[in-house]
Ligand binder design. Structure first.
Ligand code: UD1
Ligand code: M6R
Length: 365
């Protein structure tokens, strides 16, 4: 079933141009978005006072990537909840909330318990899952199947990018009654249809990421700095590295750098800075300058053509990615980091598809 690939994780990373296509199939119509599972509930969602995203691990990170554009396109405030933390706090969930549960498997215990809790509290509960017939799909009031195809590797890869795309389509559908953002919506829809092509393009970085991985095999730790749309990319890239390559890695909000992490910077600690084009670009450029002036060992992810802008002295290692609509950039940016985590794992000699101590679906609390 792995075909020409050595591991499921590798196959699933390389499948993304296809899985993104199946996720969008039949859903982008006549310049608009059609989500069969949501259309009866759009009015209720638009009337809700707040959207609460709930998930664990990679699914939480996907929701975090979607938060900004959902707020932008819907005008509804969005809050984030790690499922176990919502339960630990017994945090407030109200009748006029829309609670959106994100889970690849649809069987994660914490997420399902948070769903029971939100149902008891009277919220509209929406599911986003890859698994038709899963508990999440059955117990939510409505939802969207991401249709990414079966994901076998314990490390979630193609589900992550499809989840973000589904949440982008959800944001477009919720905001579709707002005339003022029509041009923005059209630009995002056209960006969505070209994503599979750009995913194929970014996958060509495979051998470059293998080479980068070989320069990092003996590192003890890897930091990833992101902000704005790509804070989630930093968290998710670091999660991939720690869970499969068994290397300590942390995703960090670049805006928090001076509030602690800067103390860690020296010539040895590798740091990935995500600095692709968006509204935060100039802030990321100054983060790079500050890290360089402390002799940081930098790997900068930038938009194609920006090499001399982000690293005029040529002292940073670069990962150049194609530029897409700002809010969709996380879908492209995570792919080289997935490849990096994959190659690091193989080179370090660890089990790619069954990492130590982990299960594909965490069905106990
Ligand atoms: C549906 C069909 C799809 C068909 C298409 C044609 C299914 C599973 N999907 O897709 O095969 O090609 O119509 O129009 O038969 N739901 C939840 N919670 C969730 C996820 C989904 O309640 O977490 C519900 C939805 O509200 C909807 C149903 O499940 O009622 C199917 O959802 P989805 O597959 O996303 O709908 P379509 O894309 O319309
Ligand atoms: O099936 P789910 O999306 O609910 O799973 C949630 C997490 O357990 C999962 O994403 C986990 O973090 C992955 N192993 C990440 O690759």
């Amino acid at each position: 079933k792995k075909g020409s690939y050595d591991h499921f994780m590798q196959k699933e990373i390389h499948e993304q141009p296809h899985s993104l296509t199946t996720t969008m199939r039949g859903r982008l119509k006549d310049g608009g978005v059609l989500l069969g599972g949501l259309k009866e509930h759009l009015k209720t969602i638009r009337r809700s006072r707040r959207v609460v995203f709930i998930g664990c691990g990679t699914s939480y990170n996907a929701a975090l990537a979607a938060r900004t554009f959902l707020e932008e396109l819907s005008g509804i405030p969005v809050t984030m909840e790690v499922a176990s933390d919502l339960l630990d706090r017994q945090g407030p969930i109200y009748r006029d909330d829309t609670a959106v549960f994100v889970s690849q498997s649809g069987e994660t215990a914490d997420t399902l318990l948070a769903l029971d809790y939100a149902l008891e509290n009277g919220a509209l509960c929406v599911g986003i899952t890859n698994t038709v017939g899963s508990s999440l799909s059955r117990k939510t009031h409505c939802g969207i199947h991401i249709n990414a195809g079966c994901e076998i590797g314990v490390a979630s890869t193609k589900a992550y990018t499809s989840q973000i795309v589904v949440m982008a389509m959800m944001a477009l559908a919720i905001g579709s009654d707002q005339i003022s953002s029509q041009a923005r919506r059209e630009a995002i829809i056209s960006g969505l249809s070209s994503l599979p092509r750009y995913a194929s393009e970014v996958l060509k970085l495979d051998s470059e990421m293998k080479e980068l991985a070989s320069s990092l095999i003996d590192s003890e730790s890897l930091l990833v700095f992101g902000r704005g749309y790509n804070y989630a990319t930093a968290l998710e890239g670091a999660l991939k590295v720690k869970e499969v390559a068994l290397m300590h890695s942390e995703g960090m909000l670049a805006g928090e750098m001076k509030h602690g992490p800067l103390a860690l910077v020296d010539e040895n600690l590798p740091i990935i800075v995500i600095a692709t084009r968006d509204a935060c670009f100039s802030k990321q450029k100054s983060v790079i300058q500050q890290l360089l002036s402390r002799k940081g060992r930098l790997i900068v992810m930038c938009s194609k053509g920006d090499a001399s802008v982000v690293s005029p002295s040529g002292s940073c290692r670069l990962i150049e990615v194609p530029e897409v609509a700002d809010c969709l950039q996380p879908v492209i940016n995570i792919i080289p980091l997935q490849l990096l985590a994959y190659h690091l794992t193989v080179l370090r000699g660890f089990n790619v598809d069954q990492p130590r101590n982990l299960a594909k679906s965490v069905t106990t609390q």
